[in-house]
Design a protein around this ligand. Structure first.
Ligand code: NAD
Length: 257
């Protein structure tokens, strides 16, 4: 049976390990026939990413810390050399200093604020600009966001502001790149136990329990749940959708309190 992504060139930014949402997306895309490329941010993660990349026959594994312009330029140079073009960009990365993800939001430092915005928000703009040059006949871009952008979630703090910026960037990018046939969307996932989430956000366990107890579906979502929605958005099934933020959160966001 033909796969939804047969032969599509998909560059994935944000795999840290097998728990990463980016990995959930990659597995689903691979099952549907995508050709995959990956970045890794730093040597420690390279050791994790390479074997995973091999397991899905990745054609490209490149170093890329998104705060380093040279590395971004080199990464897209490698994509061009290897594939000549690109169909899908997956942006599944974020960062905030641990001390910003606890206590009062009003205590956020200038440095911590700028770092969170740089890595988590501006990187989408930068990577999309680079990717668009490799998508002359259209393509699709998807990023990952969280409900803390819409409502105040304890301890999410500066990351909520960064995600609000990210979701606005999705709309502006969708408007800019739409005439070129490039769609830009975000998946707003419920809490999932990953390196960044469990290691970063204070009392993350409490969020998992809250969703399990209160969300209409009474369960937490998985990396694969997020992956399937990313697949829908990036495949021809989502051909008419752009600038959208789609919740994959067992329905939690519809609740009032
Ligand atoms: P993860 O730790 O598996 O992935 C985070 C990734 O960000 C890592 O691969 C890391 O290398 C990358 N990264 C951080 N700083 C970077 C930099 N300077 N340059 C390049 N890459 C950098 O965690 P995850 O939960 O899979 O996070 C992926 C995305 O999903 C993030 O945007 C996160 O905010 C979002 N998200 C996560 C959850 C959740 O509960 N886990 C829910 C909704 C949205």
């Amino acid at each position: 049976m033909a796969g939804l992504m047969d032969g599509k060139k998909v560059m994935v930014f944000g795999v840290a390990n097998e728990r990463s949402i980016a990995w959930g997306i990659s597995k689903v895309m691979h099952e549907q026939g995508a050709r995959l490329g990956f970045n890794f941010a730093g040597e420690t993660l390279e050791k994790r990413v390479r074997p995973l990349a091999e397991s899905v026959d990745a054609e490209l594994v490149v170093p890329c810390d998104v705060t380093d312009d040279d590395q971004v330029t080199e990464a897209f140079g490698r994509i061009r050399e290897t594939w000549g073009g690109l169909d899908v960009l997956v942006h599944s990365l974020a960062f905030a200093r641990r001390e910003e993800l606890m206590g009062r939001f009003s205590d956020t430092s200038r440095e911590g604020f700028l770092k969170a915005m740089e890595v988590s928000t501006y990187s989408l703009v930068h990577l999309s600009r680079e990717a668009a040059q490799l998508m002359p006949d259209g393509g699709s871009i998807v990023t990952m966001t969280y409900y803390g952008s819409e409502k105040v979630v304890e301890n999410y703090n500066v990351m909520g502001v960064a995600k609000a910026g990210l979701e606005a960037a999705v709309r502006y990018l969708a408007a800019d790149l739409g005439p070129q046939g490039i769609r830009v969307n975000a998946v707003s996932a419920g809490p999932i136990k990953t390196l960044a989430a469990a290691g970063g956000v204070k009392n993350f366990r409490g969020l998992l329990t809250l969703f399990e107890e209160k969300a209409p579906l009474r369960r937490n979502v998985t990396q694969e749940d997020a992956g399937h929605v990313a697949l829908f958005l990036c495949s021809h099934m989502g051909a008419g959708v752009t600038g959208e933020v789609l919740h994959v959160d067992s329905g939690f966001n519809i609740l009032g309190h």
